[in-house]
Design a protein around this ligand. Structure first.
Ligand code: ATP
Ligand code: MG
Length: 452
């Protein structure tokens, strides 16, 4: 690759020190004052140039990880494949990476690739220029120099940024093979920035997507979270499907999407959940990955549940078995840490309780520590037409606003309704639904959820 180094002086670019976080500045100053080179790089520079707020700040330096560690008491060295330093300020982490260089002729303890060309160790240090060439896309290889506030560009990143283009640095085929996760990153940046992925960088994704199958499932899980919980999850999802990458990460979900059995509802519920997630992030609210994972695997879980029922298991037993089964199977594609898989199961298991509240059980459901997630899940299902239980949803919405005594009263009404309804439907197996009456809410007769 022909290298044309360009230096853009402070007067000719829009990145100002004021926009860089205090912690990132502290790290840059301390490295510089100790005599090292120190640059802001990656998303921090890219997003500031685009007038956006960076998610985090990454620093590049010629100081080796051990040298960085000796400068900062709050430093932790992480990563074997790619060793780097994390400088911790409470929850804020500044990532400091030492300039990387080419691998040719280096020992496998520092640089190693498997036979498919995938880099399994990348700890050869190099110069600033060499570092730029080892980054993924030109827009991610712009360096802000803390010494003179200039930006250094070796790969045409400024032009690509202006043209809204995502372009792999170097030979796209080799670079995707070195690290197939770059395909997911290309899609994520295209979605986040509303950029186009250029020529080969674009075409090769269709050809090389399958290489993701060799990536450790824990890393794929981390990328999945960045894709879906980054504030532009809906667009990421749509692009992942266009590039046929989604089916490699969530094959069971893709099968449910294409299964006419679900009547298009799998896609609907996923898109609605992602829209809600994006809106929540936009308004500064927190999101829990378990909720979205529970949405993604909801219909695949149902397919297993039906199989367990066919094998003679009772409805609830089948739900428990299917929840376990679907999570185990998904772990072959993306890992799911236990704290999330537990919560996914709790959300699923709560659904029958929410759909068929009884006098005895409703308060217990309400005080379940996962109630809010289970309830949101119920509302989501109702919104996309999977349930037609507006009044039931209203009942659950309503009861949360009541005093303890009023809540018990509402549950008692439920009990009365249930007795009447039992009498009315002696032999008919009834599913309950709440109906508003003049006196408030009470239980009425059998109206069933249209899907389960
Ligand atoms: P954001 O933080 O907004 O998700 P980012 O570009 O900062 O985007 P990071 O994952 O924080 O992404 O990585 C920081 C920088 O490190 C990137 O901009 C890129 O230069 C480099 N980088 C990260 N991952 C890779 C990779 N797999 N291959 C090559 N370079 C990478
Ligand atoms: Mg970053």
């Amino acid at each position: 690759m022909k290298i044309k180094k360009q230096i853009i002086s402070r007067t000719d670019h829009s990145v100002s020190r004021d926009a860089i976080s205090d912690n990132a500045l502290k790290v840059l100053y301390r490295l510089k004052d100790a005599g090292y080179q120190a640059y802001l790089v990656g998303g921090g520079v890219r997003d500031l140039l685009l007038g956006q707020k960076p998610k985090d700040f990454d620093v590049a330096t010629d100081a080796h990880p051990d040298e960085v560690k000796s400068l900062f008491r709050n430093c932790r060295l992480i990563g074997r494949r790619f060793r780097l330093a994390h400088i911790l300020y409470g929850r804020d982490v500044i990532e400091v990476a030492t300039f990387r260089g080419p691998h040719e002729g280096k020992s496998p303890s520092h640089a190693d690739q498997n036979k498919e060309g995938r880099i399994i160790r990348d700890n050869v240090y190099g110069s600033l220029e060499e570092d730029a060439l080892r980054r993924d896309f030109s827009i991610n290889a712009l360096y802000y120099n803390i010494r003179d506030d200039s930006i250094v560009d070796f790969t045409g990143g400024m032009v690509d940024l202006n043209n809204k283009t995502i372009r792999m640095i170097g030979n796209a085929d080799t670079r995707y093979r070195e690290d197939p996760v770059r395909m997911l990153r290309a899609v994520r940046f295209a979605a986040k920035l509303d950029f186009q992925i250029e020529g080969k960088t674009n075409e090769l994704i269709y050809e090389l997507g399958h290489l993701l199958e060799d990536i450790p499932v824990a890393r794929l899980f981390d990328e999945t979270i960045k894709l879906f919980q980054g504030g532009y999850g809906l667009r990421c999802f749509q692009l992942l499907r266009e590039y046929r990458l989604f089916e490699l990460l969530f094959p069971m979900t893709e099968a449910s999407i294409n299964d006419t059995e679900h009547d298009g509802r799998t896609l609907k519920i996923i898109e609605q959940a992602l829209k809600n997630t994006d809106d929540r992030i936009d308004s500064g609210k927190s999101v829990n990955p378990a909720f979205f994972l529970a949405v993604l695997l909801w219909h695949p879980m149902h397919e297993y549940k039906n199989r367990f029922i066919e094998r003679g298991e009772h409805e609830i037993e089948a739900l428990l078995s299917a929840s376990r089964e679907v999570i185990i199977r998904q772990q072959a594609y993306t890992s799911i840490p236990k704290r999330f898989s537990l919560m996914m199961r709790e959300i699923w298991h709560m659904q029958p309780q929410l759909q068929h509240p009884t006098r005895k059980r409703a308060i217990r459901t309400l005080t379940n520590k996962r109630f809010r997630a289970g309830y949101d899940f119920l509302l989501l299902r109702n919104t996309v037409g999977e349930l037609e239980l507006d009044l039931l949803c209203e009942w659950w919405t309503d009861i949360q606003t009541k005093s303890k005594a009023e809540q018990e009263n509402m549950c008692d009404q439920l009990g009365k309704g249930q007795k009447n309804s039992k009498r009315r439907n002696k032999r008919r197996r009834s599913k309950t639904v709440i109906k508003k009456t003049g006196q408030g809410n009470s239980l009425a007769s059998a109206e069933s959820a249209n899907s389960e």
